[in-house]
Design a protein. Sequence first.
Lengths: 98, 280
Amino acid sequence: MTEKLLTEMSYDEMNALIDNYIDHSSQQSSEMPASAFLTLLFENLAKRAKQVFEVEGCVIDGKLVLIQPEIMTADLYVQNNQIVIGDQRIVVRLSALN
Amino acid sequence: MSNENLLSFRIKQGFTKEHEFVFTRYLQDDRHLTIDMWRLLYEAVALLDQSEVHFDQTRYTFRQVYNLYIDQAFADEYIEQLVLLPDVITQFPSLTATFARRIVSTLEQAQLRSRSIPQSILLLAYCVYWWQSFTRGYAFEIEVKRDLEASQIIFDMHDIRSRAERYSPADLVVLTLMGDIKTSTYFLQESSEQALPNDFYITRMYEQGHAKTLVVFQKPFAWRRIGGRSVIPGELENVLKLLPRPVQVTQANTVLVVVEYATWKVLVKQTQKRGGVNND
């Protein structure tokens, strides 16, 4: 890390840096590589997924039956084809494939 | 009395020399940043968001200075001029640079820049950084909007000339699917506090050795909604190499399907034709 940091530059060096930045960043060409973008995107998504619940189920007599996961939480309740998370209710319906 | 006696900065604790190094490097040339550097850059900007400047007997965060002196002063005017450009791709860089230089002057005139206080350059650089991200993002959005119109895709889109609509949850709706149009860097900055709320995202990606590619990444149900079928599994490092075949990327519990924008448009158009299109 031998290059000068922003706050170590002279006033003229700072001005030149900002001026050059404006020139090159005004072009559309500033993008991060796809692999970096996807890596950071999935990292962000993983951070947001604070808790993951896996719900298993099976089809009995043509109807979906979900099973209450073993993990106990007041926010999650599963019954038949419905999952209740807090005040949200998810109803899963089976449909025939085209 | 000079303002320099009244101006002071408090850079958020945790902003290290490494953060400043990466920020400096980014401003000089962002083409050779590693993933770790990009990660540090976003941390640096987040810390600068919360850094403070004290002047006129008031304390402002850098974010508040940006909102007050830059966004509220220039954003509407910039967008008004941007939407009038006949060829946004070739003409927006000059417009963007003109506004960015006005921002530099504005901060200097507001006496928020001082020769004797080196930290004041961090505020200036922070404001220009956000401004450039903002302007590139909306130029890209107009580019895509015009292309969708030319391609006769039916869609509803927010009016970016309206400040309120710029903050709408989605940029556009296609076949009842909610979508966003973002440059990749702006996307990560904007979404840092949110989940992935929309169904699809139009962005531009590149990898060394590949031309820039417009892509759509989407949730699996959105892919099926436009009639998408088989996909091949991909890794973070090889998505662009696998295109134009639709690529499914799975990490932890998240699955996304990445396709070329051209492919996505064809499928959307076919679905709209089949279904007698509407976005209701």
